[in-house]
Design a protein around this ligand. Sequence first.
Ligand SMILES: Nc1ncnc2c1ncn2[C@@H]1O[C@H](COP(=O)(O)OP(=O)(O)OP(=O)(O)O)[C@@H](O)[C@H]1O
Ligand SMILES: [Mg+2]
Length: 275
Amino acid sequence: MTTLPAANEPAPNDTEAPAEPVILRAERITKRFGGLLAVDDVSFGIPERTIVSLIGPNGAGKTTYFNMLTGLYRPTEGRILFDGRDITRSRPDVITARGVARTFQNIRLFGALTAIENVMIGHHARMRAGVFGAVLRPPWVRREEKETRERARDLLKYVGVKERDHDRLATQLAYGDQRRVEIARALASSPKLLLLDEPTAGMNPQESAVLTDFMRALRDDLKLTILLIEHDMKVVMGVSERITVLDHGRKIAEGDPAEVRANPAVIEAYLGKEG
Ligand SMILES: Nc1ncnc2c1ncn2[C@@H]1O[C@H](COP(=O)(O)OP(=O)(O)OP(=O)(O)O)[C@@H](O)[C@H]1O
Ligand SMILES: [Mg+2]
């Protein structure tokens, strides 16, 4: 026999806050490299249209986590849901096509291609022309290519790469500009979720501040959700709605910037590494 709650008692779920819509949910993710436990049972949700940061000392497992979310690594255990779908075992290109784009901690641009060509490659995930179209080049393929080039130009301008640099080899650009080209390439695939792995590395404080404003604009103008790995605490504390802290592969704290800053385990993890 089931007992009904008394009329003046709230139903069991009434007291819980309504679940905010999450674009990505990672459940109990573990990654082992042989005997090394790089990520240890870490769950994690990213609410839509927020900027969420993943921080932690060197070797904490941040990039490994990104690599699992983007399909470069398969989790040893756990499940990843993006936009309501299980992507745990999906290939990187499939995940990109679903709407997840990223930049890399170590810049990965094609050195033999110009800035604009690097961005055009990012759009490839969205193009209709396959190998057949690319070889025969019927008029619609040429049109598509022209549109892609124009869009790449617009994206480069949007991220702040000067026009005179668009047709230079990507690797000849200043370091900060190479990072911007990577972001433009990621945006070219029209993502819903953008993962940035230390985007301000190698930037001066002024460039970092510009990038911080730019991240907010991406969220507000393009309605993007951003997951950020970042060592610069000024950037992290200034831009994040939520922060998750990893240390030795484990989640040691989570919350808004004020909560995380005051958390003794976080202070310990950072001071321990410096001392
Ligand atoms: N492909 C791999 N094979 C073996 N071990 C790996 C591999 N990738 C990462 N690791 C190890 O996993 C652990 C976590 O590395 P990861 O690169 O994810 O750290 P991180 O938090 O991104 O650090 P950093 O802040 O220095 O970038 C480290 O001990 C690293 O050596
Ligand atoms: Mg890393």
